[in-house]
Design a protein around this ligand. Structure first.
Ligand code: AMP
Ligand code: MG
Length: 189
């Protein structure tokens, strides 16, 4: 089994690219980390919308994060390319929360960490088009910082677990190309 963690800051088009990737092969299993956290958060009456999770107290986010990782460990099926759709850093009202602390990486043990990237301008535009989300307003300079933090955190994660790190650009209208790039890397293992 190959396990890849795919990160991307909100609005980068990560879920769109992964939907395309899913259609490329029956051998690909995509697990959305936020879905698992939300399921648990709703069950416990903490939130009613996914964009409220990052505003919960830190200790509760950590609890949900751990429960989700344990669920992923159970969901992983051998002989498949398993992709975990998540965030390397979550911008909370009280600072950047590591999405993949070492205790979580110890559970998931990824072979790859892949960050999907786009320009701050493009991200800002994509966020404005998504009516289903309650995304925070960020200036382009803040988006740039967020993208930089993603690299810094991902570098630490990759060094800790000793896995590959790569970034893939999701350029305007080229979601298909981004999906193909990821698929090529993961099927070459
Ligand atoms: P998403 O739909 O991918 O934006 O995920 C919804 C929410 O789930 C995010 O805004 C975070 O609050 C939470 N989330 C997703 N992945 C993680 C993670 N690895 N650690 C902590 N929170 C996460
Ligand atoms: Mg998403």
């Amino acid at each position: 089994m190959t396990l890849a963690i795919v990160t991307g800051i909100p609005g980068v088009g990560k879920s769109t690219v992964l939907k395309i990737l899913q259609k490329m092969s029956d051998n690909v299993q995509i697990i959305n980390y936020g879905d698992l956290m939300l399921e648990e958060a709703i069950k416990r009456d903490y939130v009613s919308h996914r964009d409220e999770i990052r505003k919960l107290p830190r200790s509760i986010q950590l609890k949900l994060q751990r429960i989700a990782a344990e669920k992923i460990a159970e969901l992983k099926s051998p002989d498949r390319i398993v992709i975990v759709d998540t965030h390397s850093v979550i911008k909370t009202p009280f600072g950047y929360l590591p999405g993949l602390p070492f205790s979580i990486l110890d559970i998931l043990k990824p072979d790859y960490i892949i960050a999907i990237k786009a320009s701050p301008k493009e991200i800002s535009y994509r966020r404005s088009l998504d009516p289903n989300r309650r995304r925070d307003i960020e200036e382009e300079s803040e988006i740039e910082r967020h993208l930089m933090f993603e690299d810094i955190f991902n570098a630490a994660y990759a060094a800790y677990i000793n896995c590959m790190y790569l970034t893939v650009q999701n350029e305007h209208g080229k979601q298909e190309d981004a999906a193909k790039k990821i698929f090529k890397v993961l099927s070459g293992d």
